[in-house]
Design a protein around this ligand. Structure first.
Ligand SMILES: NC(=O)c1ccc[n+]([C@@H]2O[C@H](COP(=O)([O-])OP(=O)(O)OC[C@H]3O[C@@H](n4cnc5c(N)ncnc54)[C@H](O)[C@@H]3O)[C@@H](O)[C@H]2O)c1
Length: 254
């Protein structure tokens, strides 16, 4: 029996990186997946890859920082799939690495708009649906940088600290409605995110080696590692877990 047979799952930022792997993992375990992304081409491509592979997916575009688009995402999902069993708030990005006082106000506001307002809006429009249907699960993608920050990405890490605090507070608010809220804290992975944060098209060997040197397991995170943790938190095996987070970090934060 598949763990998510017929469940209705939304993954934001699912056009690449972690989100694409999360969407594919849910689909491979029987879920009907809404692949959402601000980028139409990549989001539509991931949805068709899932369908070509025998899964069930549809693409609904949304910029998670835009209230009207998030509302339309939730309404579109309910119109097509009747329910929202799982919401994965994965969309996010980082400003270019820099010392905090060198980051512009525009960069600061933009990263909070996507990473924090985006999670808030997802919650604002999905939770009433979950309450009405009698339950659900929300998984927020935060970062190991929220738990054990390093220099150079402080406003970004602060957004993920806010996500962890929202995860805990919201878990208390919705526990009686049979809704669980948890988070995953990934360590560095070689996705589009890393390219934006470093400004590099490809990670240099030196940078890769220096990142890996801080991770006891001796490698960077892979999207499959994040997908495994997210699907566990969404599954019945995690029925008694709420308001917590899993560090998917190969030991980096110890
Ligand atoms: N890669 C890492 O090292 C790392 C580490 C810790 C946490 N994270 C977090 O993981 C999540 C996924 O990142 P990733 O590594 O897969 O990067 P990625 O760049 O490959 O994927 C992010 C996706 O989000 C989409 N997106 C960006 N802004 C959006 C918006 N406003 N609305 C909707 N979609 C939007 C992008 O189009 C992209 O498809 C992010 O929340 C990121 O902060 C990444």
């Amino acid at each position: 029996m598949s763990r998510f047979e017929d469940q209705s799952v939304i993954v934001t930022g699912a056009g690449s990186g972690f989100g694409a792997a999360i969407a594919k993992r849910f689909a491979s375990e029987g879920a009907r997946v809404v692949v959402s992304d601000i980028d139409q081409d990549s989001g539509a491509r991931v949805a068709s890859e899932i369908n070509a592979d025998g899964g069930t997916a549809r693409f609904i575009p949304a910029d998670v920082s835009c209230e009207a688009e998030v509302q339309a995402l939730m309404e579109g999902t309910c119109a097509a799939q009747e329910r929202i069993d799982v919401l994965v708030n994965n969309a996010g990005y980082s400003h270019r690495q820099n010392l905090t006082w060198k980051i512009t106000v525009e960069e600061f506001d933009a990263v909070f708009a996507v990473n924090v307002r985006g999670v808030f809006l997802g919650v604002k429009y999905a939770v009433p649906v979950m309450i009405e249907q009698g339950g659900g699960a929300i998984i927020n993608i935060a970062s190991i940088g929220a738990v054990a920050p390093r220099p150079g990405v402080t406003p970004y890490n602060a957004t993920k600290g806010a996500v962890l605090t929202m995860t805990k507070g919201l878990a208390l608010e919705v526990a009686r409605h049979n809704i669980r809220v948890n988070a995953v804290n990934p360590v560095a992975a070689d996705t589009g995110f890393m390219k934006k944060a470093t400004g590099l098209d490809e990670l240099s060997d030196e940078l890769r080696a220096s990142l890996i040197s801080t991770i006891p397991r001796g490698r960077m995170a892979e999207p499959r590692d994040i997908a495994a943790a997210v699907t566990f938190l969404a599954s019945e095996d995690a029925d008694f877990l709420t308001g917590t987070s899993i560090n998917v970090d190969g030991g980096r934060s110890i």
